[in-house]
Every structure is written in structure tokens, then in C-alpha cells.
Write a protein that binds this ligand. Sequence first.
Ligand SMILES: NC(=O)NCCC(=O)O
Ligand SMILES: [Zn+2]
Ligand SMILES: [Zn+2]
Length: 484
Amino acid sequence: MTTVIKGGTIVTADLTYKADVLIENGVITEIGPNLSGDETLDATGCYVMPGGIDPHTHLEMPFMGTYSADDFESGTRAALAGGTTMVVDFALPSPGQGLHDALQMWDNKSTRANCDYSFHMAVTWWGEQVFNEMESVVRDRGINTFKHFMAYKGALMVNDDEMYASFQRLAELGGIAMVHAENGDVVAELSAKLLAEGNTGPEAHAYSRPSQVEGEATNRAIMIADMAGVPLYVVHTSCEEAHEAIRRARQNGKRVWGEPLIQHLTLDESEYFNADWDHAARRVMSPPFRNKKHQDSLWAGLMSGSLSVVATDHCAFTTDQKRYGVGDFTKIPNGTGGLEDRMPMLWTHGVETGRITPNEFVAVTSTNIAKILNCYPRKGAVLVGADADLVVLDPNKEKTISAATQQSAIDYNVFEGHKVKGLPRFTLTRGQVAIYDGEIRTQEGHGKFVKREPNTAVNKALSTWKELTSPRPVERTGIPATGV
Ligand SMILES: NC(=O)NCCC(=O)O
Ligand SMILES: [Zn+2]
Ligand SMILES: [Zn+2]
């Protein structure tokens, strides 16, 4: 059975051209004019693009005394409805738990996925077992990215010595370090002070995490990664201070990538000052939403290339779950949704406004991610031989975002009421049409795990450079006799 996508304009990270796309057994087999197949998808007036890759999700994650509400079934259904065809979730060992043990739990949950997925591994504690298991996680399981939380003190946070040890290990293994960059010690101090002064509401979450805590931690992680000789990926970059650290590091030749979220690009801190407790608490996430100055910085980073990708950090909690934090903002589960909305929100606020081009849109939602995480060109490409993970985006299709019509399991949407233009006419996951003109045709269990090899070109270049410039003894001709 073959499928042809006919009459559309192909938009990739570097090209825009008219052609049909032929798909057989889940992969692209031909691109060109006048193709035909058993099934035809009419893409007239549409852009045919690589499906989105969301590099940062937390599906059914145990966190802050509960589990995030979207699992691999509802989460990947939401993803496909919005044009995203692959998610990368974080396998999170609890303190003392082995990495393979945690992976087993994520393997069990992910069997329900509707689209392909991969995992990042989190380093939530440090010891010989973690050091040893990292090797087989990279070599046997095909996971080359390891996240370190510099915040969530007393829970997931690791200290600088642990981070440095883990980064060095990753440099040896050809992996990539990731960080949640916030100074967890300062956040803990500020939170305790705010609570003691009677600041218990959701707005205090934002007060407890000013942009300086993120800027400091981002810069610290960059310097530690540079000393360890490992490439660094900074998740959910939300502010100018963090962006500035990334921008400066990149200009100085360091291998660093920054990942803004669609929430930080389009929603601001005024949400926390809403008089309705539920409204504000539903938007509690770390880092918190910022002001317009920070948003402009993030947009400029995407336009100039100092920031590389756009994610969601999809970690959705219901209103009831958010209410665990009534009377104490530190108990509000941190996280917001966005899987269904990332692509349409970015198209609307990025492409429709002229802030980014359609090709840049493809780069930051898909191709750059596939290249950094090392699954390109199987993913993130419209090329013969690539998986047929595609979105046929209709630039004239509009909707108003509403929890009433969303795929996510939660009872609200942080983008509620936002009008978006640029929606999938079709979304294909390895050739299977999962979204057909608004109709959900997802298949639970269709998704497969995507292995990602270590030692990317960036790893090789960085380790070559580090080796070349490493400290070595000076060769001297005349060495004086030992003094008495
Ligand atoms: N971001 C957030 O608030 N929740 C998800 C966990 C994390 O990435 O920090
Ligand atoms: Zn985080
Ligand atoms: Zn996250």
C-alpha cells in the first residue's frame, strides 16, 4: 500500500519547492512531480513539512507527590493533533534507583504511544552504580542525552561536584549533558522567606525564581561543561540572562544549545497576578513565565540562531492536582501543557508575524532537534529514505484554542482563547495518517522507540579540540639539578 501527498509545497529547514511525496512501508520512497499511489492526500494550498519533534516532555511522570496527567497515549495523541510526530521524554530515576530500573518503567508506560518517541536519561543522584550504568544506557539503549536538575533541592537536584563528575563521564561516553538551570539553593532560601512573610499564593512561585537564578545556573553549567569537555543542552531557557550566557558561550566557540518553550515565548508573568487562584496555579512552572523584555530576547535568539529549538516541557496537571498547593505555593505541582499547541502557536506568533521564516519554523520545531539529538535524517527531514513523519500544514486553517476540544487529559489549557492560524490538514506518523482533516485516527501502540547513537559530529569535534588544547608538560632542554 502506497500513499502520495499531492499538490503541496515542501518546506524543509533549507528549501521550499513544489513536489509530491510518495510513501511506502512508512518511509519516503520518492519526491517529485506527478507521483501517484494507492491513497492520495490532497495537499493543495498546504505546506508539506517534517513532523514536529518535541524534545522535552514529561508523560505520566511521578513528580511532587503525584503523576503528570497526560500519559503516552493522550500525550502523543495531543502531539499528533498539533503536527508533532515524535516526543522525547525524560526517564527519571527516584533517588537511589538504578538507571535501567527507571528505564524499565518508562518502557512499560511508552508501549501506548501513538507516535515515535525516544528518552533522555535523568541523573538525579550520583554514585558508582550511576557511573557504571551510564555506559550501557548509552551503548545498548541508544540514549545519548542526560539531564541534570540544578533545582528542586532535596528532590531531584544534583550539586556541582556531582554534575562535574557526570559531565566528565558523558564526555568519555560521547554523550550530551542537559541541564535544568536554576540555582536550587537560592530558590529554596527565597521560597522559605516568602512563605514566612505570608506570600503563599501562586504569584510567589514567580517571585521565588527571578531571572538571576536562571542566569547564574546557566552560566555555571556552561563553564562546568566546558571544563568537562562535553556539549551542553540547556532546557527551557526563559530569560535574557540565561540567553545571554548561551549567546556569549556560542560566540566564544563553546558547544551549547538553548531551548526556549512556546509558553515562555507567548505567555507572560501577568498570568500569575490573576485574581483567580486556579488560573494562576495552572500556569505555575519552572522557570516561571517572564516579562516582555525576556520574551523579545527569546524571539531574537530564534531569529539570530543563538537559541536552537522550541519545546513544550509538556508536564500537565489537572486543576485538582494544582490545588495540592492551596496555602503553600511550593506544593503546587510544577508544569504546564502545550504538546497540541506548540506548532500552531509558533506558526501564528512566529511565521504569521514575520519573526521567523517557514524554513526557520521547520528548523526549530524539527530539523535542528533531530540533528542535535542525533536522529537526523531518519527524523526531521523530507528526504528519500526518511521516516514518513510529516505534517501537511494548511496556513489558512484557523481555530481558537480551547480545553473543550483538546486531546490532553487535563481540564484547562494555558492557551485558552488564543486564536491560531496554520493547522495540520494531515499528520502522518511513519506513513500512517493519524490526523485526517480534523479527524483523530491515531493508533495506540503504533509508536516505536528511536535509538540515538553517541559520538555525534559535535562530540567528535569537541573532544578533538579538547585533546589538542589539553594541558601537557613543557618539554625542556636543560633541567637544573635538584637544589639541596
Ligand atoms: N518545568 C516544570 O515546571 N515541570 C516539569 C519538570 C521540569 O522540567 O522542571
Ligand atoms: Zn526542568
Ligand atoms: Zn521538563
